[in-house]
Design a binder for this molecule. Structure first.
Ligand SMILES: Cc1cc2nc3c(=O)[nH]c(=O)nc-3n(C[C@H](O)[C@H](O)[C@H](O)COP(=O)(O)OP(=O)(O)OC[C@H]3O[C@@H](n4cnc5c(N)ncnc54)[C@H](O)[C@@H]3O)c2cc1C
Ligand SMILES: NC(=O)c1ccc[n+]([C@@H]2O[C@H](COP(=O)([O-])OP(=O)(O)OC[C@H]3O[C@@H](n4cnc5c(N)ncnc54)[C@H](O)[C@@H]3O)[C@@H](O)[C@H]2O)c1
Length: 458
């Protein structure tokens, strides 16, 4: 006979873990199903270990700026404390016992294995001891996340390339690193490794790195990376990859040029973990790239989905936001339901890139009467004082008809923090006239936002 539970959560990434804990605390019988590590990509292979690397790398870079400001310093990078911190503090050597215990302490049940929908109100979990069936009375919440996408480049599959899951476990740095992909992962990790003395090349097929960001942001970051000695090659195609134990990786570009690296990182986007999830058994398309959800995160009768698989932004904060909504929906509570007009994000390069809402191009595509304002950070008072490391730009995108901002980008030192002010402005549709007449402390970086708003021809 099958065991019976109120709710099963398949995949315990940040969102799924939150859903399982909250529903268990609300008194439901909740089964959490995870095939690898409870907590998902973010704590073990993503946000947290990468930001620990970046924190250390930024400290090195800041120290190297001392001679231009006030003294002398000898900087000797050492990767060992970074590797140790990631293993000891972030991942517990990639052991999730604490997270499993947290779920159980909250009243949830846990099973390790591959979960799969098996028709309305039923799931099967492939455990180490064999398949176990469960009847699910109220519903199933899917939070199965993504895996690294590996482009079909000739020769690549047969080489010992790294993905984010390997690079966060590196104990010794390579002399050189080729990065395939100039997105958030590629740019953040390229800069971190370069600051530890690794010779880094970024290969990006699109015309510019950080493609989803404003072109102004891509330009500032590309210039900053190049100024640190990183080779940024945008608009290139890769024909093949070879590897030899003695000489390392050889990457052949379209046109024949060959690049070499001791290590190769594939950071070319993500694919959703939707294969072998039994989506067809509940009437969903198993070949779709994302799971289509409504504003309550419902994908089908008795099926909810949260996180990267919903296609609403592959960020931990989006997964957690959706998790809160799914919890309310499962419990039969009221909204507010999902609204993505002011999703913000931060890319932790130096300079950091903060952004919220629509880019100028997206706003134009949406048919808005668009007006933009920009301001270069180095000419702001704080940028000028800051001197070395002050590269940055603020850009705001306004809907001229409504007199509000619909998007903004803040590039610079603390760019990811500066976006907070503008996220509130977009989220709450604060009238531009109100933003023009508020106080901006002097001399902060965020005071340059006032200049960008005053640059709007409105
Ligand atoms: C290097 C890197 C850096 C990042 N940095 C940031 C950042 O700074 N800020 C930010 O907001 N986001 C960042 N992200 C993105 C962030 O990690 C994800 O958006 C976040 O983890 C949310 O994902 P999720 O909730 O969809 O699930 P995931 O974290 O992807 O977890 C899904 C879980 O489901 C499990 N699973 C899959 N299939 C099954 C199955 N059939 N049965 C049982 N279990 C299953 C997996 O093992 C996994 O544990 C980064 C990602 C990477 C790779
Ligand atoms: N700070 C953050 O919030 C943060 C940091 C890292 C990752 N993330 C999340 O993780 C997601 C995945 O990150 P990502 O950087 O892997 O993906 P991405 O989609 O952002 O970037 C991948 C890049 O690889 C390029 N590419 C694809 N195939 C290629 C090829 N064959 N040759 C050269 N370039 C190729 C793409 O054009 C793209 O620019 C991000 O979209 C983001 O949502 C967030």
């Amino acid at each position: 006979m099958s065991e019976s539970v109120d709710v099963a959560v398949i995949g315990l990434g940040p969102g799924g873990e939150h859903v399982a804990a909250q529903l268990a605390k609300a008194g439901l019988t909740v089964l959490g199903v995870e095939k690898h590590l409870v907590g998902g990509e973010c704590p073990y292979y993503g946000c947290i270990p990468s930001k620990m690397m970046i924190r250390a790398a930024d400290a090195l870079a800041e120290a190297r700026r001392i001679p231009q400001l006030g003294g002398s310093v000898e900087v000797t990078p050492d990767w060992a404390p970074v590797a140790k911190r990631i293993s000891d503090e972030a991942t517990d050597a990639w052991n999730d016992q604490v997270a499993v215990d947290r779920l159980v302490d909250n009243g949830g049940r846990f099973v390790r294995g591959h979960g799969r929908l098996a028709g309305p109100g039923r799931i099967t979990v492939e455990t180490a001891e064999g398949p176990v069936d469960y009847d699910v009375r109220r519903g199933v919440v899917l939070n199965v996340g993504t895996s690294p996408a590996v482009p079909p480049i000739e020769g690549l599959a047969a080489t010992p390339y790294w993905t984010n899951r390997d690079i966060v476990q590196v104990n010794e740095l390579p002399a050189s690193l080729v990065v395939i992909g100039g997105g958030a992962i590629g740019c953040e990790l390229a800069q971190a490794f370069a600051r530890f003395g690794v010779a880094v090349t970024i290969l990006e097929v699109a015309p510019r790195i950080l493609g989803p960001e404003e072109p102004e942001a891509s330009k500032v970051v590309a210039e900053s990376l190049e100024a640190e000695g990183i080779s940024v090659r945008a608009g290139v195609t890769i024909d093949r990859v070879d590897h030899d134990a003695s000489s390392g990786f050889a990457v052949t570009l379209g046109g024949g040029e060959q690049l070499h690296g001791a290590a190769l990182l594939v950071a070319a986007g993500r694919r959703t973990n939707l294969a072998d999830l039994g989506l067809d058994t509940v009437g969903l398309d198993p070949s779709a790239r994302f799971v289509d959800v409504d504003e309550q995160m419902r994908a089908a009768e008795g099926v909810w989905a949260v996180g990267d698989i919903t296609g609403k932004g592959q960020f931990t904060h989006v997964s957690m936001y959706q998790a809160e909504i799914a919890v309310r929906s499962v419990l039969g509570k009221d909204g507010p339901w999902a609204d993505y007009t002011a999703v913000s994000r931060a890319t932790f390069t130096d300079p950091e890139v903060g952004s919220v809402g629509l880019t100028e191009a997206q706003a134009r595509d949406a048919g808005l009467r668009v007006v933009t304002g920009t301001y270069d950070l180095p000419v702001s008072s704080r940028g000028w004082i800051h001197k070395v490391g002050n590269h940055g730009v603020i850009k705001v995108v306004a809907d001229a008809d409504r007199g509000v901002l619909v998007g903004a980008t803040t590039v610079g030192p603390s760019g990811g923090e500066m976006i907070g002010l503008l996220a509130t402005a977009v989220h709450a549709a604060v009238p531009i006239e109100k933003l023009r007449t508020m106080h901006y402390a002097y001399p902060t970086f965020h005071r340059a936002i006032e200049n960008a708003i005053n640059d709007l021809d409105l």
